[in-house]
Design a protein around this ligand. Structure first.
Ligand code: ADP
Length: 181
């Protein structure tokens, strides 16, 4: 097996959608490591709002200015993906004490799976520690198209329209389709 690079980190997640909280961890990670791979996972247990391809292309757009950051999609265990990237570091962000509890268990499991890979945590910036992808989806869903301005505090601007469109589209068949019975 080849040497894993400790100057190359992988930041993996669902990124459904990528938030300003994720972006903050990516920027800070990219400043710490020579190279950062953002790994977009296709977890079969989750039903994502954005397809893998949509998440990949928007992440590429948002992250294009960061020259040492690349975007890749993966299936399966994150540790296997990190190893396939020849990286020795899994980067994670923690927001709350609850996050720490979950991350602690996950880190121990990952260490058992592949002891050569270290998990490195960055604490969320206080500005973004309340932000999660699921919260953003709730705001977009319940706000019903009037939330573009408010979403600027949570999401990269490139993602606001695609998010609002998702909820307009998903609403259409329910509210506008004529009854078939
Ligand atoms: P997952 O589906 O694996 O939870 P996410 O895309 O939600 O993936 O998150 C990926 C990583 O980013 C996780 O380490 C998570 O704790 C971290 N993260 C999520 N939101 C924030 C935030 N607002 N600030 C800092 N880190 C965050």
């Amino acid at each position: 097996m080849g040497e894993l690079d400790p100057r190359h980190a992988v930041y993996a997640g669902s990124f459904d959608p990528l938030t300003l909280g994720h972006l903050d961890i990516i920027r800070r990670g990219a400043a710490l490591f020579d190279k950062l791979t953002v790994g977009i996972g296709s977890n079969p247990d989750k039903r994502p709002l954005f397809s893998l391809e949509e998440r990949e292309s928007t992440a590429r757009k948002v992250l294009a200015p960061l020259k040492n950051v690349e975007v890749k999609c993966f299936e399966g265990l994150t540790v296997n993906f990190v190893r396939a990237c020849n990286s020795a570091v899994m980067l994670r962000g923690v927001r709350t004490l609850t996050d720490i509890e979950t991350e602690f268990t996950m880190t121990l499991a990952n260490r058992a799976l592949d002891p050569a890979i270290e998990t490195v945590f960055l604490m969320a910036s206080e500005k973004y520690s309340h932000i999660s992808s699921s919260l953003i989806k709730q705001i977009a869903n319940l706000g019903r198209g009037n939330t573009a301005e408010q979403l600027k505090a949570f999401l990269p601007s490139e993602l606001i329209e695609p998010l609002l469109i998702k909820f307009l589209v998903s609403e259409a068949p329910v509210s506008e389709a004529p009854s078939t019975v």
